[in-house]
Design a protein around this ligand. Structure first.
Ligand code: NAP
Ligand code: G4F
Length: 392
């Protein structure tokens, strides 16, 4: 891995810098001595919470973290930013990234996620930056969809199952095409699901860790969930953004699967989340009637994680109604990706990439963070102040 001296002063442009991966990657590249430019969307509310700790006032001299307004659906805007920034590396992370929402906004998803990638590639070509600028494309394990092989490798045929997956399929192949047609250093990272304490609140893992924290503190009754049986290969975003960086440090562009090689059901993720705070869940029933109930509490673990003051309340709640998890068909998708498990052998051998987190480590970190967050909300509420309501 190149040291700080080799990367000092390099210029990176990150689309989607306000997202989970964009925020972690920006922090990582700044530590390596990069000058980081990020593209953020105009929004009627602040949308920079994940990157605010890195913010530098525009009046500061010699900034190394600079934001630009932009949108993946606006070619001229993207071309101008790439021209002005003249990046050594572009990390194209911006996307409408929610699979379920892509069924509601298929055309927009195709535009932002599919054509958006073309706009970046074409800008680099038209600006005559092919020899200067390397491009990372955020490809996805959603490409495998109805998986044709277990585990999935770089050679497994794609079979996407959502407008999101199909848009990302276009983005994958247009990246390969620009590499082959014009010699661009353009690579796909085919990343399997990766999560963190700053994961978007409506993805299943964060929805679960937030709900568990609220239930433990008496702020929520029930976690309503969709397909409990789908399986995902979940890793930690902090590990995965390192793979993005490594992919662009290679002499030759190429495509890589990035995954942990371990798969678990949504049901198992829920069980592990509750048990990491001392609550044992038992699932009974089937299909839409399946339920998750607390059958035991490890008092000392609960006190350590949630706090002594919340123990009596959860025990009382269990006596009146131990059911904490119920299925809501509204969260089912028209076509589902039933199971994903990746084989990252190529990334391990060629990039030297190995994840540091396992699933338990990931869940522990997310649980601690969401318990902390919800306790803060509780204190604000108990102090007589209004807290924000987010409906998930
Ligand atoms: P994320 O948290 O949803 O972030 C997406 C980013 O894209 C946000 O900054 C968002 O801006 C921005 N964005 C959305 N539409 C845009 C548009 N039209 N123009 C400009 N910016 C736009 O996603 P993530 O988890 O960090 O994932 C990063 C990338 O990797 C995405 O392309 C995703 O599809 C892909 N991916 C993710 C995973 C995963 O498990 N996390 C796995 C494989 C691939 P706002 O903040 O304003 O919404
Ligand atoms: O957390 P999810 O919404 O992630 P999904 O669909 O796997 O997509 C994520 O990972 C992809 C990589 O494979 C990325 F490309 C994509 O951008 C995104 O980051 O859902 C995971 C699974 C699905 O099978 C879903 O049906 O959980 C199931 N699920 C069950 N109940 C639920 C819920 N998903 C959500 N979001 N909400 C539920 O209540």
């Amino acid at each position: 891995m190149p040291g700080k001296r080799k990367t000092m002063g390099k210029i990176a442009l990150i689309t989607g810098v306000t997202g989970q991966d964009g925020a972690y990657l920006a922090e990582f590249l700044l530590k390596k001595g990069y000058i980081v430019h990020g593209i953020k969307r105009r929004s009627s509310l602040f949308n920079t919470e994940r990157i605010d700790h890195m913010y530098q006032d525009p009046h500061t001299e010699k900034r190394n973290f600079i934001l630009h307004y932009g949108d993946m659906t606006d070619s001229m805007n993207l071309t101008k930013i790439i021209h002005d920034v003249s990046p050594d590396e572009i990390y194209n992370l911006a996307a409408m990234s929610h699979v379920k929402v892509s069924f509601d906004t298929p055309e927009y998803t195709a535009n932002a996620d599919g054509l958006g990638t073309l706009r970046i590639l074409e800008a680099v070509r038209l600006l005559d930056m092919i020899r200067k600028t390397k491009i990372y494309q955020a490809s996805s394990s959603e490409l495998y969809g109805l998986a044709q092989e277990v585990p999935q490798t770089e050679k497994t045929p794609f079979y996407p199952r959502s407008p999101y997956g199909v848009a990302k399929l276009y983005a994958y192949w247009i990246t390969v095409n620009y590499r082959e047609a014009y010699g661009l250093h353009a690579s796909n990272g085919i990343l399997f699901n990766h999560e963190s304490p700053i994961r978007g609140e409506t993805f299943v893992t964060r929805k679960i860790t937030r709900a568990m924290a609220k239930i433990a503190l008496g702020m929520q009754e029930t976690l309503f969930i969709g397909n409990l049986s789908s399986r995902r290969d979940w890793g930690h975003a902090k590990d995965y953004i390192k793979a993005m960086y490594l992919i662009l440090q290679q002499d030759k562009p190429d495509d890589y699967v990035i995954a942990t090689g371990i798969t678990a059901e949504v049901r198992e993720f829920i069980r592990k989340t509750f048990s990491s705070a001392g609550m044992d869940l038992l699932f009974t029933g089937s299909k839409e009637n399946e339920k998750g109930s607390i059958v035991n509490i490890d008092d000392s673990l609960f006190i350590e994680k949630a706090g002594k003051e919340y123990l009596a309340n959860i025990k009382k709640r269990i006596l009146s109604n131990p059911v904490m998890v119920r299925v809501d068909k509204g969260y089912f998708r028209p076509t589902e990706v039933d199971q994903l498990i990746g084989d990252a052998t190529k990334a391990r051998e060629k990039l030297g990439w190995v994840p540091e987190y396992d699933l338990d480590g990931l869940i522990n970190e997310m649980v601690s963070s969401d318990l902390h967050l919800m306790k803060k909300e509780n204190h604000i509420k108990n102090g007589g102040f209004k807290t924000l309501n987010y409906f998930e």
